[in-house]
Design a protein around this ligand. Structure first.
Ligand SMILES: C[S@@+](CC[C@H](N)C(=O)[O-])C[C@H]1O[C@@H](n2cnc3c(N)ncnc32)[C@H](O)[C@@H]1O
Length: 103
């Protein structure tokens, strides 16, 4: 089972309508294989190719979060630098956004 299989299984099981991938690199490796939900966003300052579907954000996660504001998303795949500080920052920003929306 691949990362893509796991993401797609969540999208199908819970009927998710929005997907965000932080750190895409070559979209053919994962992003393009993720089900084309209505709101599909990828963030990377160094894309190797255009995505086949969805919105390409050619920037770092920090720039994206400023632009995204209090936006929410159903499922997020964070796959950037595997340092705990960056992962924690990205995760907490998005979890806060989602929690605030549900209040
Ligand atoms: C491991 S690759 C992504 C692989 C992809 N998710 C996949 O499943 O095939 C990591 C990517 O993170 C990007 N990256 C590094 N720092 C980033 C940041 N601060 N914000 C967004 N993307 C970043 C790099 O440019 C690189 O393309």
């Amino acid at each position: 089972m691949t990362r893509t299989d796991i993401i797609n299984s969540f999208i199908i099981k819970y009927g998710y309508k929005s997907y965000l991938e932080i750190g895409v690199e070559n979209p053919n490796n994962n992003f393009n294989k993720v089900i084309d939900v209505p709101s599909k966003h990828g963030v990377d300052p160094q894309w190797l190719q255009l995505p086949s579907f969805g919105k390409k954000h050619n920037c770092t996660s920090d720039s994206f979060f400023k632009k995204w504001g209090k936006g929410t998303v159903d499922i997020i795949f964070i796959d950037v630098l595997h340092t705990s500080a960056l992962m924690a920052h990205g995760a907490s920003t998005l979890v806060n956004n989602n929690n605030n929306k549900r209040q």
